[in-house]
Design a protein around this ligand. Sequence first.
Ligand code: UDP
Length: 478
Amino acid sequence: MDSEQVRRVEMFFFPFVGGGHQIPMIDTARVFASHGAKSTIIATPTNVLQFQNSILRDQHSGRSISIHSLPLPDDAVSPDIDMSATPFTDTSVLREPLRLFLLEHRPDCIVFDGFHRWAADLFDGLQIRRIVFTGNGCFSRCVTENIRRYVPHERVGSDYEPFVVPGVPDRIELTRSQLPPFAREKSGVFDKMFKTEEKSFGIVINSFCELEPAYVEYFRNQMGKKAWVIGPVSLCNGNVADKAERGKQASIDDQTCLSWLADKEPGSVLYISFGSLARLSPQQLLEIAHGLEASKHPFIWVVGKIFSKSRGEGEGGGEENWLPSGFEERIRESNRGLIIRGWAPQLLILEHAAVGGFMTHCGWNSTLEGVSCGVPMITWPVSAEQFYNEKLITDVLGVGVRVGSLEWMSFNVEKAALVGREKVEEAVKRLMGGGEAVVEMRLRAGELAEKAKRAVEQGGSSFKDADDLIVELVKVRL
Ligand code: UDP
């Protein structure tokens, strides 16, 4: 492509205000800058602090990427307080500052998160070409669509009786108990979100074709979506600083973390994280602790947000009585476990040779990051579309074992322990124990990681899709 034309392509990125959606969108802006586009990230002043260092590093390396911090009215409550924004957070306070900014700029497109439910109307009013970023992969989008279309869950007798998702390329079984409320009953919020895709220029997907080829095809050809599949975008984090600071300042120094891992046998450590949003009850954490201890395998356990009756919701609160008596002392003395309270440098940990398993809530980013690092998973879906992602990991890709999570729960509603210590112990022993089935799983995970890396390299499918979008933007502009 003519470099003059590429240079003229200007892309704005308007991420949502929470971790699991903001993080990949920042990476996406960086990916397009690395392809020669001029990327501008539009965010709130507090959010900017979470990623500005990596953008500065990109600028120093010659990339055309910048940040526009939206000035908020003095009396406005910022919608991004401490990453606690949820899909239902109302971000409309950003509408007016964004409108004023856009009145003075005419990018070739704006890539925006569908969770800003008011934004499509604004862009259409200003006649700015818009592209949707949903944060999901194609598999879960196809499953979501066919459950909406065929309502198979209405034909089973109970919440725990399995049904088959009609029409999708593989036999996928789910139960009603695993469906999000917006799939069980039609929800206006999500209907509106999916509707914004209809009149958009297209959809940018953080996935790669080789991971879910039949579903990329189904999404494009059966569901009629114009999609550029450009991931895994996390792979744009090439240096240690980018990985260590991604999303938020980590609660552990990366050197402490890396030197703890350096002592361990290759593939011996289980990494446990439930993402940026999920809150677990103290009883559930206690069950995890007992299960981990009984399994006798080394682990890094990220304890993020927990429910706390006495102090409200907190992050990894140290005083809470959610660990078995003497647990921390025992794991410290035996050097068998590391607990990170708060935020972990997930990419640095997952790519370390000592890590051989990932117990995950199956958030789409974590799923892709596990895949990109070739780490097989213990699947423990909680919320959102995570039960669908579990099916992809276990039944389609064959790179994970289920812990046995049966019930969807909202990230902000406390439930007592839903998965007992025996199930935790059993799943950990199965994945980390090295049986024949797991050896094969590891081989498959390694192959997928290679494919992920190839996809984003020159000549790879994601690399080509990112280039294609830039070319299309040049064409429509000319
Ligand atoms: N993450 C991280 N450290 C943490 C927790 C999460 O770096 O301690 C990152 C993780 O790497 C991923 C994102 O936060 O990129 C979480 O996104 P995901 O889709 O997995 O889950 P969500 O937070 O949206 O539930």
